[in-house]
Structure formats: C-alpha cells, structure tokens
Write a protein that binds this ligand. Structure first.
Ligand SMILES: NC(=O)c1ccc[n+]([C@@H]2O[C@H](COP(=O)([O-])OP(=O)(O)OC[C@H]3O[C@@H](n4cnc5c(N)ncnc54)[C@H](OP(=O)(O)O)[C@@H]3O)[C@@H](O)[C@H]2O)c1
Length: 285
C-alpha cells in the first residue's frame, strides 16, 4: 500500500515518519502551505506535492491528517482525482469512516485509524508512536491488511464499533486532556498556599505520576487512597469550605466515582456519611 498524506501537521508528520521507519511506502505530502509539505517531506525523506492531484495519483491510500472540520471539504476535492480504487483514511478520534460518505461510487474504501497518543510535536512524537494503541474501524476489504501493518510494528490495534466513537473519544478526553484540567486546579490551589509554580509542579510530580502508574497497572480500585476511601467525611467537609463552587462541583463529582470504587474495595465499611457530605454539596451547588 502506498500512503500519501494530506496535512503536514503534527499527526501527518509523526505518522508518516513512523510508517517510513516501519518499512512502509509513503509517497509524500500535500498540505495547505507548500512550506509545511516541504518540511514534512524533508523530515520523512519523501516527496512534497505542490498539487493535490499529483499526490492522489501517486498513492493508493490517502491519509487525511487535516483538522477534523477539514476532512470532508478536502475529501470533496480529492474525489475529483480518483481514477482507481483508493483507501481513504483519517486519524480523528471522533469522526468515523462515514465521512467518506460516497466512497463506493469511486470503488473505494474508508477507515478511521486513531492513535491513542497526545501528538504534541511534528518532529518528536513519532518516537512515542511505538507505544501507542491504535483503534480502527472501516470497510472490511483492507481492514485486516491495515491492522496487520500496525500489529507488525508492535502496536496493539483495537477494532471499534463506529457507533461508539463519540463515547470512545469522550473517554480519551477524560483520560488525557481533563487530567491537565485537574492538574491545573491542583497547581492553582498550591500557588494560593504560597508555592511558586515550579515548586508546585515538582511537588505534584511523584504524587500524580505515582498514582497514575499504579492506577493503570494495578487497577483504580486497588490503588485507591485518600479521604473517600478512608470514609473520612470530616476531611471532605473541611476541603469543601476552602473550594469555590466550581471546584466543589468537580471535587464532588469525582468523589462520587471514587465512592463507588471504595464501596467495592471495602464492602463492610460504612460510607453513609461520606455519601451525605458529597450529595449535600451537590444539591446546594
Ligand atoms: N494532535 C493529536 O494529539 C492527535 C491525536 C490523535 C489524532 N489526531 C487527529 O489527527 C488529525 C490532525 O491533527 P493534528 O494535531 O496533526 O493537527 P495540526 O497539527 O493542526 O495539523 C493539521 C495540518 O493540516 C493542514 N491543513 C489544514 N487545512 C488543510 C486543507 N484544507 N488542505 C490541506 N492541508 C490542510 C495544516 O497545514 P499547513 O501546515 O500547511 O497550514 C496542518 O499542518 C485530526 O483529525 C486530529 O483529530 C490528533
């Protein structure tokens, strides 16, 4: 399969480089700006295509690594140049292969292939792709070949039902972006206590990373500590007195999730007072 990338941004460059390093054939890049396409081509030792038609003609798998809202408008342009069966692939966590809505009229196939990774850099993130799990959905014809390609490079590939993609993407946001929101709340509170930001970041590093690593290796229930697990409603009540309304909403909503875990972990422990404390604040909020 010869891959051609449209969109020489973070994912396009990283995935292209990863595929090239994995021995796949990548013909090169077309992008909104010629400069991006050229930089991506140089980095991946492939070719920059100044014309979309040239790229589409040169490959049999077009990878749309443009922003989600650009996938359909770019697909509309690509279709004009289709002269052979082609695989249309995008990397959105949310959109499905249905965005290539009339691909069958072009005897072509559609896929979404999503790396579960925060791809933050055009030139560094490809190194981390080897650790990423990929999810995939789309037409049956080339799905197994595409899956095999990533499996061979050492990536677990999970086939996902396209109906589940919104929920799946919300899960990714909980597990990644929203973690940064929680960290920011912690950092701001520590700053209010007199920490410099750098001190607060240093202080939270072993606490946060330790918990994440335990949670994702031993399990969330097994790793649970803190006032909810200890059924310490007095500590929770004190915390609530120093948080603003929005912080209390977050604190209580997540404490409710922890309470479910705590009850499973300690079926004989009495959690009624903790439950009341959390619910009381929720009702007032
Ligand atoms: N970043 C992540 O962590 C991540 C993770 C998984 C999946 N994804 C998915 O990967 C896709 C790309 O995201 P990204 O983070 O790589 O975005 P990005 O860094 O903003 O790159 C998007 C690229 O698309 C190009 N582009 C925009 N409109 C275009 C158009 N009309 N025609 C041709 N090229 C166009 C831009 O080109 P110029 O540079 O030429 O202006 C830009 O380089 C999205 O579907 C996103 O949901 C992202």
């Amino acid at each position: 399969m010869r891959f051609g990338f449209i969109g020489a941004g973070k994912v396009g460059v990283s995935l292209g480089k990863y595929l090239v390093n994995g021995g796949c054939e990548v013909v090169g890049y077309y992008s909104k700006s010629d400069a991006s396409a050229k930089a991506a081509a140089d980095f991946t030792k492939t070719k920059a295509f100044p014309e979309l038609e040239e790229l589409v003609t040169a490959c049999d798998a077009v990878v749309f690594t443009v922003p989600d809202k650009e996938i359909v408008p770019v697909y509309e342009k690509v279709k004009a140049y289709i002269t052979k069966p082609t695989c249309f692939i995008h990397c959105s966590g949310l959109e499905t292969s249905d965005v290539f809505y009339d691909r069958f009229s072009y005897h072509s196939y559609g896929y979404s292939i999503h790396p579960l990774l925060a791809v933050h850099s055009k030139y560094e993130s490809y190194r981390e792709l080897s650790k990423a799990v990929f999810t995939m959905e789309g037409d049956i014809e080339h799905r197994e070949a595409l899956r095999e390609l990533f499996l061979k490079m050492g990536n677990p590939v999970i086939l996902i039902d396209k109906e589940q993609k919104a929920k799946y993407h919300a899960a990714c946001v909980f597990g990644s972006n929203l973690m940064l929101g929680l960290l920011e709340e912690a950092l701001m509170l520590l700053e209010e206590c007199g920490f410099q930001r750098a001190e607060a970041m240093q202080a939270l590093t072993p606490l946060a990373i330790g918990n994440l690593v335990h949670g994702l290796t031993d399990g969330t229930m097994e790793s649970l500590t803190g006032p909810v697990e200890r059924a310490d409603e007095q500590t929770i009540a004190l915390h609530e007195t120093v948080l603003n309304k929005e912080q209390r909403n977050i604190y209580n909503a997540l404490s409710k999730t922890l309470l479910t875990l705590a009850k499973k972990k300690h079926p004989n422990r009495e959690y009624g007072n903790v439950e009341k404390e959390i619910e009381k604040e929720r009702e007032e909020a």
